[in-house]
Design a protein around this ligand. Sequence first.
Ligand SMILES: *Cc1c(COP(=O)(O)O)cnc(C)c1O
Length: 236
Amino acid sequence: MTLADRLARVEERIGSAARAAGRDPAGIRLVVVTKFQPVPLLERLVDLGATELGESRHQEARQKAVELDGRGITWHFVGRLQSNKARQVARYASVLHSIDRSSLVDALDGIERPVDAFLQVDLDAAADAGCGAPSGGPGRGGAAPRDVVALAERMAASPGLNLVGVMGVAPRGEDPGAAFARLVSASERVASVEPAARAISAGMSADLERAVDAGATHLRVGTAIVGARPEASRDA
Ligand SMILES: *Cc1c(COP(=O)(O)O)cnc(C)c1O
């Protein structure tokens, strides 16, 4: 299958999942995650009309943003953010999906160009039970559910951040539907702080149907469209 075929196939999957859930597919945005993929592949995506691209490593993302300047791409940063790099990321990325601790918000206070920001929630069941790693601790990132309201208040008060909603990554080894239900519950708590912040960034190649069913507004899809990441990058 060509890149165009794989992109079309994912769009079909989104369309049928939306219909099955009684949702309008127009309310669902596809972010194509291009981490570890070379610039020419990103150019082909743009030619195919996919201009919302997601990256997860700052050095690589910045380099791609420089090389593809002027191509009309909206950059989404989906990876873990280091506080000392966050301001630099906010220069090229318009959407940050991984705000998971107040120290990151501190680091982003006073940025010149406001960015859209998702509050990332740790979807591990252990975190939900209150016995997971502390927020911003090791693992895939995400604020513990008990910290969500305080972090949402902090984000809503930040002049540089436009709090748009919540983001989550379904943990392996568990039904993604159960994890996404926890994300929806966090979404409701965020909306109680900031009524306009109703976006939900959830769903990857393997679980996008489940995410659409749960109400995701932003899907972050990599391998199903761009193919497997190069061997050397598998653990990153
Ligand atoms: C890599 C990545 C994705 C895309 O995952 P695929 O399984 O390749 O679709 C989505 N979200 C985040 C945070 C990622 O790091």
